[in-house]
Design a binder for this molecule. Sequence first.
Ligand SMILES: Nc1nc2c(ncn2[C@@H]2O[C@H](COP(=O)(O)OP(=O)(O)OP(=O)(O)O)[C@@H](O)[C@H]2O)c(=O)[nH]1
Ligand SMILES: [Mg+2]
Length: 500
Amino acid sequence: MTAAHALRTSLEDLASVLESFQFAVPGGEQATRERGRVELVRSIREYLLPRLDDPEAPVVAVLVGPTGSGKSVVLNSLAQEVVSKPGALRPTTRSPVVWAHRRHVRRYRQLLTDLADSEGGAVTGEDPLTEQLTVIDAPDFESVYSESRVVGEQVLAVADLCIFVASALRYADAAAWEFLDQIRQRGLPILFVLNRLGPDPETRKMILGDFAALLKDRDLLLEADPSLIFDLSEQVVYPRNGGLHADAVAAIRRELALISDPALRRAVVRQSTEGAVAEVIDRAGVMAQGIETDRGIVQTLMTMAEEAYAAELLDAKALIANRSLVAPGATGDRIGIERELASALSRRAGVAAREAAAAWDATGEGNALLAVDETLWRHGPETPALAEQEAAAWLDTLDEALAGAIRRAGPRRKASALLARTLLTGEGQPVEGAAAELANDERWRGGVLANLEDRLASVLAVDADRFLVLAGRMEISEGLPQTIRSLTAAVSDKAGQFYA
Ligand SMILES: Nc1nc2c(ncn2[C@@H]2O[C@H](COP(=O)(O)OP(=O)(O)OP(=O)(O)O)[C@@H](O)[C@H]2O)c(=O)[nH]1
Ligand SMILES: [Mg+2]
């Protein structure tokens, strides 16, 4: 297996694992993590793997820079035809436009299907420059239309090279610089173009020097040397080609042609893939950590719910012991006492639910989850039916306890209902001797009340499950961070061999 093949396989494995889960806990930070995961997969699948598979593919240069800086004009000037419509309305380019050789355009079909709307698309020809180079005019990244920023980032994910076009009229805008930092982190080579410079030589020199100094400050240029910047004068934009005279961009064309030289291109591709692999390694580490954070959040939410229900179970047990689980004055007949006991069990579940929901509500994620299921503030919709079953079953155990002493069903039911009332509220002494005996038998009473506690516990547990299931649905499996870390280590290892 060649070093290139080993690197590809390790990246492929990492991508598969990153595709196997989602960050589903609601909240802003988690949404950012999920976006990060999607981008990471994309940069592996759509950039790195194809690029490593086919190192001879053309270099992809992406035009970046603030809206209105003249990116489309620069592209048209290179092509000497209207590839991307320039315009006075901002932003003009809303969807990526690809300028590619007829022979290569199929490579970008996927990207275009994913990203381009009716305005975007591919313009193909046989310009010799495009034999080895494809240029993409991307929507500007600082756009108020955040959609376009997302598109911009997706285009950037497939770039080998950036052409940053700034306008001399407003080159110091902060937003564009923020984006440049991101590009620099990816290790993409950047070509700088300063457009629309005025004719006065002194002012030009000053502006170019200032621009170069800004770039140097940001670690984007090694030296604050204006000669490293391609300067374009403010001049006629020809309606015929939507660009400048060919001479104006001759130097840029020459530079791009140089990069397209196969040997140099391999070096560019090497630099950009090496940067991208390093970024993948970094970001995969962030993912692994994100999973741990997310798991921590899910665990906290689960614990909050469990604790609320556990506390309620304790309180309710105390009520049972005090004979105040059911309100005094409860009717003594079987139907009445059964209904009161059932509603007391549901009510306890309702109290626990409210406590658990209040605890969740105080956290950002819990608050968002409560919005998904508002019934969490009350006992579950199925709880009353379960409580009725448990109440009836418990009363049946009293009935059975009297079966030896009282043969006839009618009187026995009556006696057991009275016994229940005594046990639950302390009122009304059983008339029948057998029931009275049981009521005064400490051991028996302890057992039958413990049985009631168990039934209460199971009603609460089923009710609590709603919280646990909802939180559990967001949970990412425990072993995943470790899997991601070891796959990332493999990528790092293979990259070390490949780029050695
Ligand atoms: N006269 C003149 N106009 C220019 C020059 N460069 C750019 N423009 C004009 O400036 C405006 C913006 O240029 P575009 O090329 O559309 O800018 P862009 O960077 O592609 O902008 P977005 O697509 O919105 O990101 C257009 O109206 C261009 O005609 C120039 O050198 N001379
Ligand atoms: Mg444009």
